[in-house]
Design a protein around this ligand. Structure first.
Ligand SMILES: [Zn+2]
Ligand SMILES: [Zn+2]
Length: 445
């Protein structure tokens, strides 16, 4: 303290007196260092830089002001400052021509033992966050109330229980009126482990919801209500677990009429470290009595989709066969409708200097009479050729030409969908592709 006072006095002595019109102002240097990428100084309230000098760099750190200065390139640099506890107190980001892009300051208060008790965080001059801490059961500081302030107006508050779990969130508009509130109720065992959570949310304007999870973290309830409290949509799910806590089955019911809507049976996969469950068979029950059973392998690849009518009779079976490379990437996929191969896809991995990409190269649609419509794609998913072939692979005359515009566009959209879902599209989509796009292409030729 003595040292600091001496330093401030020294700075005051060298601080020039600034004469504004009709009043004198004596500069008072701030205790803390201010800095930019080149210099450090003590700032006066009036903005004057007092005692500005160039940083004295040792590696990435200035030996005088302690700033850590990281210049990544001409358009990106950062300065970090730390307190005695070695926690970041300020972080400034610079863009081209040393323009300040972001400036965060973290004012942290500690108790005598060095535990955090309060924090105020600023973005430029705006207070954007305050956090109040308590000492939790394990002896560590943990937040109890966290407030966020949007510089544009509006704010939110999060409250935490003694285990550090969020128990309540509130959001306010720019005049301070509550617009949203959410509560979390936990049940704990004697060690403070969560046995379940009930989350309720309510928008002041009307809608509300409830989510519940069990001790495995699986959803057991989700319900949405409109403003007058009427159920809009809701599901509840029951689970059976094995002795290792892995799911054996789940059954999901519609909350409105307690109708079974989905049933999943799980399989178990394991490696040398761990074992986990995966949805092996998913049965969806439609309101009209029809159902769809989808089977998956342990890599989430669809193996089959079977559609049943309201009398429980099989209507259509889609089946998928795969060939994999050594890394488990699908190299080939064959799609069957009631045992007739109607589509195949060939995939490839292309390695460039910058990246490696996995993509579909060739898609072949096979018609009832064995004729084939073959499309080839480039790495961007664009069709590069398309042509019609007979069942022996001979091109029909006039084939392998540029495609008519509309079917090509349809095809691009379809292909993107297929890529995004990792070839896990439902059989329904594939059926439409086979009929619609190939039909359109044939007409175009
Ligand atoms: Zn001043
Ligand atoms: Zn410095």
């Amino acid at each position: 303290m003595k040292k600091l006072t001496a330093m401030i006095l020294a700075l005051m002595l060298i601080a020039p007196v600034c004469l504004a019109e009709g009043s004198a102002h004596t500069h008072v240097p701030a205790e803390e260092w201010d800095r930019d990428l080149q210099q450090h100084w003590h700032a006066c309230e009036c903005g004057e830089k007092l005692g500005a000098e160039d940083h004295v760099m040792d590696d990435y750190e200035c030996t005088v002001c302690g700033s850590e200065i990281r210049v990544y390139d001409e358009e990106y640099a950062e300065i970090y400052n730390y307190n005695e506890q070695d926690e970041i107190t300020r972080n400034t980001t610079y863009g081209a021509e040393d323009v300040v892009l972001d400036d965060y300051r973290y004012l942290i208060e500690y108790d005598a033992e060095g535990n955090r008790i309060r924090e105020e965080n600023y973005w430029f001059d705006w207070l954007i966050e305050t956090i109040e801490y308590t000492i939790g059961p394990d002896g560590w500081s943990q937040p109890v109330i966290q407030k966020y302030f949007d510089p544009e107006g509006g704010s939110s508050v999060n409250r935490y229980d003694e285990y550090g779990n969020l128990i309540r969130s509130e959001s306010f508009d720019d005049i301070g009126a509550l617009i949203f509130e959410e509560d979390y109720e936990y049940t704990y065992d004697e060690d403070g482990m969560i046995l379940g959570c009930r989350q309720t949310g309510r928008y002041t304007a009307g809608d509300s919801y409830v989510y519940e999870t069990n001790e495995h973290g699986d959803d057991t309830l989700s319900a949405y209500y409109i403003a007058d409290g009427t159920l809009d949509f809701g599901r509840r799910t029951e689970y059976e677990y094995n002795e290792n806590g892995l799911k054996v089955w789940s059954r999901t019911y519609d909350l409105a009429d307690d109708r079974l809507v989905e049933e999943i049976t799980f399989g178990v996969v394991s490696d040398e470290y761990d074992e986990w469950d995966y949805a092996k068979t998913v049965t969806e029950y439609a309101e009209d009595g029809c159902s769809t059973v989808t089977e998956y392998d342990d890599n989430y690849n669809e193996l089959s989709v079977t559609k049943y009518n309201e009398d429980g009779e099989i209507e259509t079976v889609y089946r998928y066969e795969y060939e994999f490379d050594d890394y488990g990437n699908i190299m080939w996929c064959g799609r069957y409708e009631n045992d007739r191969l109607y589509e195949t896809s060939q995939y490839d991995i292309v390695e460039t200097e910058d990246y490696s990409a996995y993509f579909e190269m060739i898609r072949t649609e096979i018609d009832q009479d064995g004729s084939m419509y073959i499309r080839e794609y480039d790495m961007d998913g664009n069709e590069v050729s398309a042509g019609l072939f007979d069942k022996d692979g001979n091109p029909f005359s006039g084939s392998m030409t540029a495609m008519p515009q509309n079917p090509a566009e349809e095809n691009d959209a379809e292909k993107t969908d297929a890529e995004e879902t990792g070839e896990e599209n439902s059989g329904e989509d594939k059926e439409q592709t086979g009929a619609g796009v190939a039909g359109g292409a044939l007409m175009g030729l």
